[in-house]
Ligand binder design. Structure first.
Ligand SMILES: *[C@@H]1O[C@H](CO)[C@@H](O)[C@H](O)[C@H]1NC(C)=O
Ligand SMILES: *[C@@H]1O[C@H](CO)[C@@H](O)[C@H](O)[C@H]1NC(C)=O
Ligand SMILES: *[C@@H]1O[C@H](CO)[C@@H](O)[C@H](O)[C@H]1NC(C)=O
Ligand SMILES: *[C@@H]1O[C@H](CO)[C@@H](O)[C@H](O)[C@H]1NC(C)=O
Ligand SMILES: *[C@@H]1O[C@H](CO)[C@@H](O)[C@H](O)[C@H]1NC(C)=O
Ligand SMILES: *[C@@H]1O[C@H](CO)[C@@H](O)[C@H](O)[C@H]1NC(C)=O
Length: 472
């Protein structure tokens, strides 16, 4: 936990005043608040400094979280028009994506999962959908980068174990290879659905449907629209015991990534009853599971929380960024499935008010380098506001909470397609580096080993291994 002990000791954690003003009836006020929070976020990033690597966040943040951050900064620009961070975003995405055109940089081999790639891929997809400034013509383009991921995932789809699905990890030597999880398959589903919508090519829609069907068949999406975390693959038999070897835990981002992808499919099918039932079911489960009462009801009746780890305070660095993604995907859902907007709007607005109140931390550098008194905490439920936890995740979540209230309004950006003005050039054949070519192994640091084992959930493998042990 990055609780600021120094600040706590000095008694300067929570200032009673609301440090970030937010009037949700005033677009300029929302943009101003978003700008303040975005500044605090970007001050964590050092990749554009001489000698540093574009696209990497400093320790303890992993590569995937940087991809998530740049995806959010693409949306920040699209929603607010503020292009202050376009240069670093473009530089980072080009540097990380285009070495081999596949978001599979050799430096990240030791921890590279399908989900890690996916967060960068979704940043590229958002860039294509919003006409974010295109890379130079001799570099792989945003759409082609997303297509490259799609093609990689098709090649990694494994029918012979668990009847389908992607494994979490790409490389056999990484911890987590014997685990098929919802976030990896959710990245595939989400990007395939959006590629189908952008290009009109039905092959993408067929794959999105295949991923969804597999998640249901294996029981990772239940008939009640609970999205469970993943299922272990027996390394000897290759079988998946989806009763004893399942991690049933629910995380905000798993629900969100399928909700948004389902909404895109709903839109693509001109509002089919099948996809509508899925959208509405996931939204109902999401609202019931990941929202809880705020201590001060004037903020809103319910606000988002990471129910598994937030109440007891054991969310790890990765998990402390998940709420921001669910927020992003709720806004995306309201955009392409407008019948959900009246349900989603009050959730987004309550989150925005709660998050702005939580951005009142007086935390000194180096832990927070944004405007004094505007550090964002993790919990949004507290009447007092700031809870003392700061970091990239907290800052990203709060930015999402505030800025996505600008989405799904009249005049808000709608995701473009090739037919409605999207300019990104695609490449159906994009594939990138295959697994057996030119892998440079980076040193295995403790950080890498921790990452490989614990990206999604500190308890994932504990549950899976624990169940296996009971069976033996
Ligand atoms: C890095 O980018 C930030 C945000 O745009 C900017 O404020 C800063 O000056 C840049 N640093 C360097 C060394 O280019
Ligand atoms: C890989 O690491 C080297 C050495 O730190 C760095 O120069 C290079 O830019 C990195 N490549 C990527 C894609 O991050
Ligand atoms: C396990 O998978 C099988 C085969 O896909 C499926 O029929 C069954 O319903 C699943 N069980 C659970 C508990 O999800
Ligand atoms: C959706 O509507 C469009 C335009 O009316 C039509 O071209 C397309 O075939 C429809 N798609 C489906 C799946 O019904
Ligand atoms: C599809 O999304 C667009 C916004 O991009 C929206 O105007 C349209 O109503 C949506 N279609 C359906 C069937 O909801
Ligand atoms: C549609 O996408 C698939 C998968 O990438 C590709 O093989 C096919 O050529 C595409 N079809 C057209 C008409 O472009």
């Amino acid at each position: 936990m990055r609780l600021s002990w120094l600040a706590a000791a000095l008694g300067v954690l929570a200032s009673p005043a609301v440090a970030i003003e937010l009037d949700l009836n005033n677009v300029e006020s929302i943009k101003e608040a978003a700008s303040t929070i975005a500044f605090g976020l970007v001050r964590y990033y050092t990749g554009n400094y001489t000698g540093d690597t574009p696209g990497n966040l400093p320790d303890p943040y992993f590569w995937w979280e940087a991809g998530a951050m740049f995806g959010e900064l693409v949306d920040y620009w699209a929603l607010t028009g503020d292009d202050s961070y376009n240069a670093i975003t473009q530089q980072a995405m080009i540097h990380q994506g285009t070495e081999n055109g596949d978001f599979m940089p050799p430096n990240q081999t030791r921890t590279l999962g399908n989900d890690d790639q996916g967060f960068w891929g979704m940043a590229a997809m958002a860039a294509a959908e919003n006409n974010f400034p295109n890379p130079p013509p001799d570099q792989p383009q945003w759409l082609a980068l997303a297509q490259s991921l799609f093609n990689q995932w098709v090649s990694r789809w494994e029918e012979q174990t668990c009847g389908g699905g992607l494994r979490w990890q790409i490389f056999t030597f990484n911890n987590g290879y014997n685990y098929k999880n919802s976030i990896s398959n959710g990245c595939f589903f989400n990007i395939a659905a959006r590629l189908a919508r952008y290009t009109g090519n039905q092959t993408y829609a067929e794959w999105a449907t295949r991923v969804w069907d597999w998640e249901e068949e294996i029981g990772l999406i239940t008939p009640e629209y609970v999205v469970r975390d993943g299922v272990g693959v027996d390394p000897i038999t290759g079988e998946c015991n989806n009763v004893t070897n399942v991690d049933p835990n629910q995380w905000t981002y798993n629900a969100g990534i399928f909700l948004h992808g389902a909404a895109v499919m709903y839109n693509l099918t001109n509002g089919s009853a099948e996809w509508r039932a899925r959208v509405d079911g996931l939204l109902a489960t999401t609202t019931a599971t990941f929202f809880t009462a705020h201590e001060d009801p004037s903020v809103g009746s319910i606000v988002m929380f990471e129910q598994l780890c937030e109440p007891l305070g054991f969310c790890n660095i990765d998990q402390r960024s998940f709420k921001g993604y669910l927020t992003r995907w709720l806004a995306g859902t309201a955009t392409v499935a407008p019948h959900t907007e009246p349900l989603i709007r009050p959730l987004l607005e309550a989150n925005a008010r709660a998050a702005a109140r939580a951005c009142s931390g007086n935390v000194p550098a180096p832990e927070f380098k944004g405007h004094p008194g505007t550090a964002c905490g993790f919990r949004w439920t507290m009447a007092a506001g700031f809870d003392g936890m700061v970091g990239v995740g907290e800052q990203m979540n709060a930015l999402a909470a505030v800025m996505y209230t600008l989405a799904a309004r009249p005049g808000a950006p709608e995701p473009l397609t090739a037919d409605t003005g999207g300019t990104s050039r695609g490449n159906y054949a994009a594939q990138g580096r295959t697994m057996d070519r030119g892998i440079a192994y980076a040193d295995i640091s403790l950080r890498d080993r921790v990452a490989a084992g614990f990206l999604t959930s500190a308890i994932v493998l504990g549950v899976v291994a624990g169940s296996a042990f009971v069976m033996i």
